[in-house]
Ligand binder design. Structure first.
Ligand SMILES: [Zn+2]
Length: 154
């Protein structure tokens, strides 16, 4: 069942609950990365909303009580730096470079606006939606000691 996870040896970093949550989340290999992240967070007991449509950039996952948003970014569309999935197409180069640069600029703008509104912005890249990336995400969330959002914040 867990044969693929024999190298998962960092037992002290992750308790058993979190570790099995990581494994459960990764096991469904056909699901979209965003679903994997959602399932993972849910299994850890986090409560969240999806697609904050009224927020800059419509974050994929919104954790109001932690005042944190999470973007699950596709490596190509959001131009993950130095990522092998973010290579520029060989045809229509000027079209693509313009489009992809605009995407990156928009991401940066939206993150800045969210931070100004008091949100912590986390990004997990699709190519990192595996055991290591999910562990890091859980650590970042757990390390967030910010108090619950003020009353009235959805
Ligand atoms: Zn990537």
């Amino acid at each position: 069942m867990s044969s693929g996870f024999g190298h998962f040896a960092v037992a002290d970093v992750f308790d058993r609950t979190k570790r099995s949550a990581v494994m459960a989340a990764i096991k469904g290999k056909d699901t979209k990365p965003e679903l994997t992240v959602r399932r993972f967070l849910h299994s850890l007991g986090y409560r969240f909303r999806l697609h904050g449509s009224e927020m800059p950039g419509r974050p994929d996952i919104v954790l109001p009580r932690l005042r944190t948003v999470i973007f699950v970014h596709g490596c190509f569309w959001h131009q993950h730096r130095d990522c092998r999935f973010a290579v520029m197409p060989k045809t229509n180069v000027s079209f693509w470079s313009k489009k992809l640069e605009a995407n990156s600029a928009r991401d940066a703008r939206n993150s800045a606006r969210l931070r100004r509104l008091g949100w912590r912005v986390l990004t997990i890249w699709e190519c990192h939606v595996g055991e290591k990336g999910l562990r890091q995400l859980a650590r970042k969330l757990a390390g967030n000691s910010v108090a619950a959002a003020p009353a009235g914040v959805r």
